[in-house]
Design a binder for this molecule. Sequence first.
Ligand SMILES: Cc1ncc(COP(=O)(O)O)c(C=O)c1O
Length: 376
Amino acid sequence: MIRLGIGDVTKPLVPAVLKAFHAGVDDMAKGSSFHGYGPEQGYSWLAQTIIDKSYAPLGVELKTSEVFISDGSKCDSSNILDIFHLSCKVAIGDPVYPVYNDTNVMVGRTGQANEQGYYEGLVYMPCTEENNFSPALPTEKVDIIYLCYPNNPTGTVATKEQLKVWVDYALANDAVILFDAAYEAFITEAHIPHSIYEIEGAKQCAIEFRSFSKTAGFTGVRCGLTVVPEALMATTENGEKVALNQLWNRRQCTKFNGVSYPVQKAAAAVYSDEGWPQVKEIIDYYMANAKIIREGLEAAGITCYGGVNAPYIWLKTPAGMTSWDFFDKLLNECFVVGTPGSGFGPSGEGYFRLSAFAERDNVEEAVKRIVEKWGK
Ligand SMILES: Cc1ncc(COP(=O)(O)O)c(C=O)c1O
């Protein structure tokens, strides 16, 4: 049985990260270097490292007060709803990372789902083969827009020109973009933006989420970050302007007590001179897996998307099978597990997601089995 379903990493932490993690634990053993409660926003030395190593090279200037260290981007992309009024109109992609849909359901914003699975209170933006998985602007006014690039599940990306359309929409409509960049480290093409703040005006309209999970194998360690620029204002029901940075800071200070000190030490080591090449080697390994999957299946006549700037391959199910029929056949006849596209939303029907987070021999074997079964 080969698992290419859930997007969990398979490689362990790299040596430089482990060294820093251990050192962080050792610090906790001595009174002189013990750390109790840390800042709810995260240690400023980690925020500064992220700014210097990951944002400055993109030409993006940030202050440490705009970077909030957290226990992951799943948590933050959910928790962020705490600072928005229930009456806000929310737009999400279809298919989509299910967390955006389900957390809005859970806070009570959506009402009931119809037969197709669409919730009445949400605005869905279909991402289909026809629009190259790049959704059109909503036709009604929305207040919050979730964008995820590189995208889970379709593996597609947005160019600067495409992101500018969203930023312009948000600025013109007083909307906030929730930009999930959990997979930015997997971008391989130089012209693709890694951050929404590479787009002029984005600091006035966007919050960005990032994660160490897939970038550096932190899925079980837990560390991410959320950028809330100080320039980002939102309008209350009374028409008053409020700074979302202050609201998020208040939310974090009230409901969160920060990420543990050894974890933040480990996260900082991701960007060290020793750490980054080690981390990058693993990212390249997963992306080589993605290439093997994509090129192997395409050569056998299966239509694939993604896998170039993202660790996911979004394939069109052979012979027009439904996503779940393909799942069953793949499981029972090839002993390979993947994720049915319809699980990400109604427009995912007829598609299937394969993850590149796996060991090479498993990837090669899975591709061989799929090609033997469905290859032309
Ligand atoms: C789009 C997207 N955002 C966020 C996450 C979760 O990241 P984290 O582990 O930092 O919570 C995932 C994980 O699969 C994801 O696919």
